[in-house]
Design a protein around this ligand. Structure first.
Ligand SMILES: [Zn+2]
Length: 239
């Protein structure tokens, strides 16, 4: 589904997101969502006028399984480079336990998320056996040249990826616009946070970024800009 010029999302819904970003005929995938999304990637690339041959890399916003998704399969089958922040390398490789803490849950929302997870292979995600790492402040040498903004809290190596040429900020789970555990919509701190206070503090790093489009790991795009998304997320956190 096209979200903006040169930005598509894989799959019809926005429960667990995987994005395609095109620059000069080449594509970067940001987050690999769930294993079940893999079969939809060629169709979505075709909708952009591109193919699997045009993809240069998968960049992960963090090491959680619902972002690693189809990355290991794509890496093995296509030889694509997969990248994650160095502080989440071990998590992406399945070498350390998920640091997530359980928060508020509503049975209805959880049931529909679990049903989605079941249908999209999210309960058994292959860990990465090889992953390249990036650091805070780096401008990545992949299509779109995303700049890394480390926003620890959700996980130690959670990163937002700022793509100024597309007026876009991919925030991973630093913010969500749909909370899969409660069904709540609108910008907020995403569920399954390792350190919620730290995640809230990290929002200050996103606030000054010049990007109209805020693209979360879960939920629809927020089009009111980074500063407004941060304001709403703080408001929601204050209850
Ligand atoms: Zn996450």
């Amino acid at each position: 589904m096209q979200l903006a010029p040169r930005i598509h999302r894989v799959g019809p819904d926005a429960i667990v997101n995987s994005y395609l970003v095109e620059e000069s005929g080449e594509v970067t995938i940001i987050d690999a969502g769930a294993p079940g999304l893999w079969k939809l990637v060629p169709t979505e690339l075709a909708a952009m006028g591109r193919s699997l041959e045009d993809v240069r890399a998968i960049v992960l916003t963090h090491g959680h399984t619902d972002h690693v998704g189809y990355a290991e399969r794509a890496r093995k089958e296509r030889g694509w480079r997969v990248m994650v922040h160095e502080a989440d390398e071990a998590l992406a490789k399945g070498e350390v336990p998920n640091p997530a803490k359980q928060g508020t849950m509503r049975p209805g929302a959880m049931a529909s998320f679990m049903w989605w997870a079941l249908r999209h292979g999210l309960l058994r995600v292959p860990s990465l056996t090889e992953v390249a790492t990036y650091g805070d402040g780096a401008t990545l040498d992949v299509p779109g040249a995303p700049r890394v903004v480390l926003v620890p809290g959700h996980t130690p190596g959670s990163a937002a990826l700022h793509v100024p040429t597309h007026d876009a900020l991919f925030v991973g789970d630093a913010m969500a616009t749909y909370a899969v555990t409660t069904g709540q919509r609108g910008p907020g701190i995403a569920p399954f946070c390792a350190d919620r206070e730290r995640a809230l503090a990290s929002l200050a790093r996103l606030e000054p970024l010049d990007a109209r489009l805020v693209l979360p790991g879960h939920g629809d795009p927020f089009t009111g800009g980074a500063a407004e998304a941060v304001r709403l997320a703080r408001e929601a956190a204050a209850g």
